[in-house]
Design a protein around this ligand. Structure first.
Ligand code: NI
Length: 205
């Protein structure tokens, strides 16, 4: 999920932009992945369950965290870097707090409250578009962590929204699917036109 337009609840800078200042920074930049955007049809794929948490997956997780922080975003699903597997990372730490990335492998929503809350959402795959979305105010999520250990999280507030937004991605669902068809069609059309303008329609530059 993209940072909110008013900057509430997330980090002001992801460290992107500007030349590398140290070998560490350079290495970190090397692990950035390209984020795919609308109308890339891969965003509609259903992602596959992950069979094991191994070194290759851990590497991918670290790339995703780096990519999310750089964007900057507060959540990123693997399919957004064109990997159709059930993996997502989130970081809802406030700007004055240290980074606090959380990893969810094969996340499942076990429970949702009836209570609803509304947030203005954005998505790194639908740049610079924001809309209010109503979702359950809290959810219980089960997943594996970066070490392959099972964890359960009772999420509320922004974390509940981000987790639902990212888990939707694993099922090919975008936040614009939760707004009116009129608004959704308008956004999709805008991105289709931009892709067409960008040349062969395969890359928005
Ligand atoms: Ni998103």
């Amino acid at each position: 999920m993209a940072r909110q337009r008013n900057g509430g609840g997330d980090r002001p800078e992801g460290g992107g932009g500007g030349p590398p200042q140290s070998p560490e920074r350079f290495l970190a930049l090397m692990s950035l992945r390209h984020i795919i955007t609308l109308p890339d049809p891969k965003l509609r794929l259903i992602s596959k369950p992950i069979e094991r948490v191994d070194a290759a997956l851990t590497r991918l997780i670290d790339d995703m965290i780096e990519t999310m922080h750089d964007a900057p975003g507060i959540g990123l699903a693997a399919i957004q870097i064109a990997e159709p597997i059930r993996l997502l990372v989130v970081d809802v730490a406030k700007k004055e707090e240290p980074a606090a990335p959380q990893v969810f492998v094969n996340p499942e929503i076990l429970w949702r409250t009836d209570e609803r809350s509304t947030y203005e959402e954005g998505c790194l795959s639908i740049p610079e578009y924001y809309a209010e979305v109503e979702r359950p105010a809290s959810v219980r999520v089960r997943a594996l962590d970066r070490d392959g250990k099972e964890r359960e999280v009772l999420a509320e507030g922004l974390l509940a929204t981000v987790l639902q937004h990212e888990i939707d991605h694993l099922d090919g669902v975008l936040f614009i699917d939760h707004i009116s068809k009129l608004k959704r069609d308008r956004v999709i059309k805008k991105f289709q036109k931009a892709a067409k303008r960008a040349g062969e329609g395969s890359h928005v530059l």
